[in-house]
Write a protein that binds this ligand. Structure first.
Ligand SMILES: [Zn+2]
Length: 687
């Protein structure tokens, strides 16, 4: 064991507030699994870890929406995700969860260690607080009217209707999503990871890895260019890993209601899951060998939305701690699209893994996704491509080769592998192709090029099929029996080699083929080096032929395509209907639109999007708050005649009263104030 290469492999922890879809599988899971399976065949010392990420605000929101506890939410999705992963063949050595006591303890210990080393800085700031619920409000827990589009149910961090990113202070009529109470501002203290201080060390470390994928390096460099900023690593929330009491006490802060930020504890989940695995092995300290021994190679498989956490924040935490290895590589994938559109979980425009697995073979999906993995750019999954890859490659190339080999041996050699005789040039070539495929697929996998590795492995099946054709055993059976026996011997050897070579990609078909070959154990227990050996002895009895992959009918595929089309048009139809919803003239007349003249305008401290305007409506003077600060300088608005909603219920925004709303056009993200085409007096009705 001592001189074995050692790998600590992780796949991103899925967030336990919904099921897994194909986009997730292609991003962080399938490549991690293929790599881990390959490493085991290479007889490397491997631990492959994943688990459910069970903290954070979206889980709390779902729990509230369903009237259940956050624990019930994560219990449901943890079980669902774990089951889907097992059925699709994910070979994790351990699948943990961040609600486990070991994880909470590991995260707190980690945090305390950093606090003892005086790594953190503390900042006290004002944050919105719900006086009725008695708790601070995360941005997502504040709802209110979007200052840009008027949507009344915008979140404190984003308006879902117009997509504008907001801060809670921007909302008009902010309210708590929990009690509907008007939030108040209250001081609170938080711990920050001073990422800026780590930038030089992080840059030096990243610069030593020019072999990483260009898309990953590109994203990291752009973070470096902007300059890393301090990140708050605690939150005022009732759900998460509690802030260690001792740390809070030392700072003179009340720890109650404070938890670690979900992105601080989630990557520590890899470590705690490895600890749980080690305990299960009966050697509680075994995890250190993978996380703390400098010989260990840490590889994180993630999707591109997680690059900042795995390439900057978590490594900074590991550096700050001091006892851990840093990632050797972070092969992050880009996004997978679906039939030319983005996955949309809210519109159910997705292929859910659990639903897929009820209808189809896991191998077909693994093969399609591996053949078309979004390695350096976004890729697209289509059902027609899925069918073509399954029927034309898995069934017609790999399956056909196995089928004709078994059929021939069964029919003419009574099911026993015939002996090899003298080898001709084509036989030599077949043997060389097997050896070369093992080397080349391995090289591609070690370079995290999964698409190319998949293509290269199928090439061996393609060559074997051609070899069978070119040797024409149906003719040589009578004209040259020794040559025919040699051909079928090599075909059987190739089938065995293929079973091992394909097992990282197609573990279910590989096992089936292994059983058909009547070999003991499983192909997973074979070795990569042994692929090139011709291990089947003459006279070895083959088992019963089964169809490795049966073809998928057009009608089945058409049904899936139709379902997605409906999801798409259903959602669009609803959106269109909403846009043309008619109102009566009486309803319209309720809105009093009037001209107004801007007589003064000024910025509002700490509200970077808002301006405070003084306006004149005829003889009346009023004050407005408008979300124009990023589009107009205050002085450019003074003197303009604008249109306002004069009878809008007054609201207090960021402590400033607003008595009306100004009309503006949004065009390409820019707001343009509406003014009369010719000079008009103020206070006049808009008809
Ligand atoms: Zn909006």
């Amino acid at each position: 064991m001592a001189d074995q290469e050692r790998y600590m492999i992780t796949s991103a922890l899925p967030y336990a507030n919904g099921p897994i879809h194909l986009g997730h599988l292609a991003g962080a899971y399938l490549p991690g699994d293929i790599f881990a399976r390959y490493c085991r065949l290479k007889q490397r010392d491997v631990v492959y870890i994943c688990g459910s990420d069970e903290h954070g605000v979206p889980i709390m929101l779902r729990a509230r929406a369903e009237g259940i506890s956050p624990q019930e939410v994560v219990d449901r999705y943890h079980a669902m995700i774990k089951e889907s992963f097992e059925k699709v063949g994910m070979s994790f050595d351990y699948y943990g969860r961040t609600s486990s006591p070991v994880h909470h303890q590991t995260s707190r210990d980690f945090f305390e260690h950093l606090a003892e080393k005086d790594i953190f800085v503390r900042k006290t700031d004002k944050q919105l607080y719900d006086p009725e619920a008695g708790m601070f409000l995360a941005d997502r827990f504040v709802r209110g009217t979007c200052p840009k589009c008027g949507y009344e149910d915008a979140y404190g961090d984003q308006c879902e209707r117009c997509g504008t990113s907001l801060s809670p202070a921007d909302l008009i009529n902010p309210r708590s999503a929990i009690t509907n109470a008007r939030p108040v501002e209250k001081e609170t203290t938080h711990w920050y990871l001073p990422l800026a201080d780590f930038q030089p060390k992080l840059e030096a470390w990243i610069n030593a890895h020019p072999e990483w994928r260009p898309n990953v390096l590109g994203q990291i460099q752009s973070w470096f260019r902007d300059g890393l900023k301090d990140r708050a690593v605690t939150r005022d929330l009732p759900w998460g890993v509690a802030l260690p009491e001792a740390v809070a006490r030392a700072a003179g802060v009340d720890a109650s209601g404070k938890v670690l930020y979900v992105w601080f504890d989630a990557p520590i989940g890899y470590i705690s899951a490895t600890r749980e695995w080690a305990a299960q092995q009966g050697d509680p300290d075994l995890w250190k060998r993978y996380w703390q021994d400098p010989q260990s190679k840490l590889v994180h498989f993630i999707g591109k939305d997680n690059i900042v956490f795995h390439c900057l924040i978590f490594p900074a935490m590991l550096m700050a701690h001091g006892d851990y290895v840093l990632p050797l590589n972070v092969p992050s994938n880009e996004f997978l699209n679906l039939e030319g559109n983005k996955f949309s979980t809210s519109r159910n425009y997705a292929v859910w893994l659990n639903e897929y697995l009820e209808k189809f073979d896991p191998d077909s999906l693994r093969y399609t996704l591996a053949s078309n993995m979004p390695e350096t750019r976004d890729a697209d999954f289509s059902w027609n491509d899925f069918q073509a890859r399954h029927n034309n490659e898995l069934a017609d190339i790999l399956g056909n080769f196995v089928n004709r080999t078994f059929t021939f041996i069964s029919k003419y050699y009574d099911g026993a592998v015939p002996a090899r005789g003298a080898l001709d040039a084509l036989d030599q070539e077949m043997i060389e192709q097997i050896a070369r495929a093992a080397v080349e697929v391995g090289e591609q996998l070690d370079a995290f090029r999964f698409k190319e590795a998949t293509r290269r492995f199928m090439d061996l099946a393609r060559f074997a099929n051609k070899y069978f054709n070119d040797q024409e055993p149906w003719k040589t059976r009578k004209s040259a029996p020794e040559k025919c026996a040699t051909t079928l011997n090599l075909c059987a050897q190739a089938a065995r080699s293929l079973a091992v070579l394909m097992s990282p990609f197609l573990p279910f078909g590989a096992r089936k083929l292994w059983q058909m070959l009547q070999l003991s154990g499983t192909p997973e227990a074979a070795t990569w080096e042994g692929i090139a050996d011709l291990q089947l002895p003459a006279g070895h009895r083959l088992g019963k032929l089964e169809i490795l992959y049966s073809k998928i009918d057009d009608a089945v595929i058409a049904e899936e395509v139709q379902r997605l089309k409906q999801a798409l048009s259903g959602a669009n139809g609803a959106a269109e209907a909403a846009e043309v919803e008619h109102i009566s003239i009486d309803e319209f007349k309720k809105i009093q639109l009037k001209t107004a003249r801007v007589i003064a305008a000024e910025a509002i401290p700490k509200a970077k999007k808002l301006l405070k305007l003084q306006i004149e409506l005829g003889t009346e003077k009023r004050q407005l708050v408008a979300g124009l600060a990023e589009h107009y300088r205050p002085e450019d608005l003074v003197g303009k005649t604008v249109i306002v909603v004069a009878n809008l219920q007054p609201a207090v925004i960021r402590g400033v009263e607003s008595q009306g709303m100004l009309l503006a056009v949004e065009d390409g993200g820019k707001l343009i104030v509406i003014t009369p085409e010719q000079p008009a007096a103020s206070g006049k009705p808009v008809a």
